[in-house]
Design a binder for this molecule. Structure first.
Ligand code: FAD
Ligand code: 2HG
Ligand code: ZN
Length: 479
């Protein structure tokens, strides 16, 4: 009984301390407002929290972290909550403090001479893209969730998305970071340098760490000249192997101007056609395989380059049909087909996901064997394998057989199929965590597939920065 009273007393004390730091405005107190923070985007993870705080600046984040560290309370950094691996959801204990960055959304500077953008980590990605565009520049990170994900979340998951082929992952777009470490100390790494070999590249430790090593509070990002012209087409291709051939040829013939190369199977296009208002597939015939290809350039003749590439592909038989966008609206309509695939899957009852990557030349065989594995384990599951073919990243998703719910499928046969798909990706020298990260969903998988040496180095880094294990425990590395 006395223990219980002590615990309640301590809980009240830390919540009151946090209120003092962030003020009433910074504490999410009523039950209804707390709920969206306590479940993930897909509704797959639910948790409870001792407190949900929304600090207004780095100093408040630092004070919050110091208070939690002193009380031995675990913390969960929380961005736009669009992650797919449960990384931003607290556990069920109700003893973790959730720290949302949503009030930290100031864009400090867009530097058109140095090609950099400096912002708070809580800025929504689309707002950063717009700020760069206002100055005629480009911040090229682009994902379907860009209207709500935050740059801090993007860096913490090392997000990929639709233009990695040309501009790289989130990791490649960062020059500097500010991070609140697990003891509350602030590391100021806000350099805007293109060259800086002063010892270890510390910022890279926090990128892709999913909030397990500290809380990113500010960022300096790389900007690029905004290409004046884009040429975009949806191309029906003969096979996935033909798509890979087209990718290689397009890179060569365009002088590496391919900025996106997305694979969309006929099944996914049909799903979009059935579930998304206004979506229209621009072909009269049904095809099994498509790619959305986009070239970007400062030369107007990039459209002609794309036409030449596609003409060659039609002649060689790699392409079967092509719809080239002739206007901005047509381009948007083609992109909408691709970007609506996640939503279309949701309308269809949700998908059972595998976010894998393999070296590009091995994709055709990987797909063959993965489809064969699904057929063997659950012949009537519907395969919706699509994604960033230009980076070798496939979302090898499955829709349950008609009449079976996703929840049932997750129980069985889902795990048996996942085991086959992940083993296969590993055998093809690929990754079982390509762009969505590890979170709580895949911590077991990482433990299974990462080498013992890699796991030991990761644990050593974690221990060095967070010896008490209070920063997002249970995510990425198993306890
Ligand atoms: P959250 O979900 O809030 O958090 C993700 C992880 O980062 C958690 O572990 C959290 O603790 C940590 N974190 C958040 N903010 C911070 C911070 N400031 N400091 C330290 N840790 C922090 N992902 C892709 O890579 N490519 C895609 O193409 C893509 N498309 C998507 C499309 C849709 C429709 C949706 C819903 C999601 C998509 N995603 C994609 C997944 C998701 O949007 C990304 O993982 C995104 O980067 C997560 O950002 P967030 O701000 O929502 O982070
Ligand atoms: C995309 O590329 C996202 O559209 C979502 O990463 C992937 O639906 C998915 O599994
Ligand atoms: Zn993706």
């Amino acid at each position: 009984m006395k223990m219980g009273v002590d615990l309640v007393g301590k809980t009240n004390l830390i919540v009151e301390q946090l209120r003092q730091i962030v003020g009433d405005q910074g504490l999410v107190a009523d039950d209804a407002s707390r709920q969206p923070y306590l479940r993930d985007e897909l509704g797959a993870f639910h948790g409870r929290a001792l407190a949900i705080v929304r600090p207004a600046d780095t100093e408040q984040v630092s004070e919050v972290v110091k208070a939690c560290a002193a009380a031995g309370v675990a913390m969960v950094p929380h961005g736009g909550n669009t992650g797919y691996c449960g990384g931003a959801t607290p556990d069920e204990s109700g003893r973790q403090v959730l720290i949302s960055l949503e009030r930290m959304r100031r864009i400090h500077e867009v530097d058109a001479i140095g090609y950099t953008l400096t912002a708070d980590a809580g800025c929504v990605l689309a707002n950063l893209q717009a700020a760069a565009e206002e100055k005629g520049l480009l911040f090229p990170l682009s994902l379907g969730s860009e209207g709500s994900c935050q740059i801090g979340g993007n860096l913490s998951t090392n997000a990929g998305g639709l233009a990695v082929l040309h501009y790289g992952n989130a990791r490649d777009l960062v020059l500097g970071l500010e991070v609140v470490l697990p003891d509350g100390e602030v590391w100021d790494g806000m350099k805007a340098l293109r060259k800086d070999n002063s010892g270890y590249d510390l910022k890279q430790w926090f990128i892709g760490a999913e909030g397990t090593l500290g809380i990113i509070t500010r960022v300096v990002l790389k900007l690029f000249p905004r290409p004046a012209f884009q040429a975009t087409a949806l191309v029906a291709v003969a096979s996935i192997a033909a798509a890979c051939e087209l990718l290689a040829a397009a890179r060569k013939l365009s002088g590496d101007a391919v900025t996106s190369f997305e694979y969309i199977p006929g099944f996914a296009l049909a799903l979009v056609g059935q579930n998304i208002d206004g979506a229209r597939v621009p072909f009269d015939d049904d095809y099994a395989h498509h790619v959305l290809i986009e070239l970007s350039s400062h030369q107007e003749n990039i459209q002609q380059t794309l036409e030449d590439i596609l003409e060659n592909a039609l002649e060689s038989g790699h392409a079967l049909d092509a719809a080239i966008a002739g206007s901005g609206e047509q381009r948007d309509a083609l992109w909408r087909l691709r970007e609506s695939v996640p939503e279309a899957q949701r309308h269809a009852g949700g998908s059972y996901k595998h976010d894998v990557s393999v070296p590009i030349p091995r994709i055709p065989q990987f797909m063959d064997e993965a489809c064969e594995a699904v057929f063997e384990v659950a012949g009537d599951a519907r395969i919706c394998a699509y994604g960033h073919l230009g980076d070798g990243n496939l979302h090898f998703n499955l829709l349950p057989p008609a009449g079976m719910s996703l929840e049932q499928f997750k129980e069985s046969p889902g795990p048996r199929i996942s085991q086959r798909i992940h083993t296969l990706a590993h055998r093809f020298e690929g990754s079982v965590c390509a762009e969505h990260g590890v979170g709580q969903l895949k911590a077991g998988l990482l433990a299974q597939y990462a080498s013992p040496v890699a796991l030991k180095m990761m644990r050593d880094i974690k221990h060095a920065l967070d010896p008490a294990g209070l920063m997002n425990p249970g995510k990425v590395l198993l306890p």
